[in-house]
Design a protein around this ligand. Sequence first.
Ligand code: RBF
Ligand code: MG
Length: 334
Amino acid sequence: MNNGVVGDILRKYLCKYGKQWDGRESLKIVGKTPLEAATTIVEDYGLPCAVDEFNSEFYPLFSAQMDKIKSLPGANRLIRHLKGHGVPMALASNSSKANIESKISYHEGWKECFTVIVGRDEVSKGKPSPDMPGVLAGKAAGTRVIAVPSLPKQTHLYTSADEVINSLLDIRPEKWGLPPFQDWVENTLPIDPWRIGGPVIKGYGRGSKVLGIPTANLSTKDYADDLVEHPSGVYFGWAGLATRGVFKMVMSIGWNPYFNNTEKTIEPWLLHDFAEDFYGEELRLIIVGYIRPEANFSSLESLVAKIHEDREVAERALDLPSYAKFKDDPYLSK
Ligand code: RBF
Ligand code: MG
């Protein structure tokens, strides 16, 4: 269960029980099976109903919103790219054929991209293990397999895959003998601009002190659904502070593998020397491009060196007209 649709439904649904949906709950149910997700919600909110009762009320609401489910970031790009180069594609899923067809019908042109679509109800044996969706099945069929886990920190479950990547943004078709993507510009990948904002809060307190990299943390409360949808990684864009102006920004989204955080956070580094802290001030961000997945490092020095490299990539890229134009986005100074 992993997207804004679930949040939207539960925000309304929970009112019935006099409860208020906490957006951060989205981060807890991402990647869970529907049953696990339902159990979490019923428990966390202490709902006076059984899990299957909750499910039977929730499911019709969810199905009715199927058209609003967004595709994974990078999925449309990948499908168009392969289709454009005449690479044949098949789609196999643990959903029923009917469910797959209804889901993809909301994504224009997708159905036509696949030579074959196979659902759970069309094969006698399902995937070997629900914990390792498709990896063993793919290997058994003699194919090469790239796994894109929906849960963080689960790489060890995918050891049979030829490659485990963090998100579809990290697929490099040329590694597999396929035509490379042409949309990277100067080591950055343009993304659909994403706007978020809120007051600056205190973070883990290591940015300035430990690393010499002062990040301006934002509470995840107001945009947790967005955060769930965006792959962790290093991004860049523009940052607006109402009384101070608009600045270049490079940021990380995720769990900071080096520090092994338990919460997915967003940490923008405003590329400007500020004379003072600005906790509590309204910060507006427009995120326009992607650089790389989060990584672990063998030393603090190598982490810091990499972050400085990211800063250089971002500073250069933001001067390109296609990224520079967002500096004037009204959202930044509203
Ligand atoms: N933390 C990591 O553990 N791995 C990373 O690859 C990583 N990349 C970052 C890139 C940028 C541009 C920034 C600003 C931070 C990054 N961090 C990364 C997070 C860093 O560890 C964090 O900001 C500090 O721990 C302060 O909380
Ligand atoms: Mg910080």
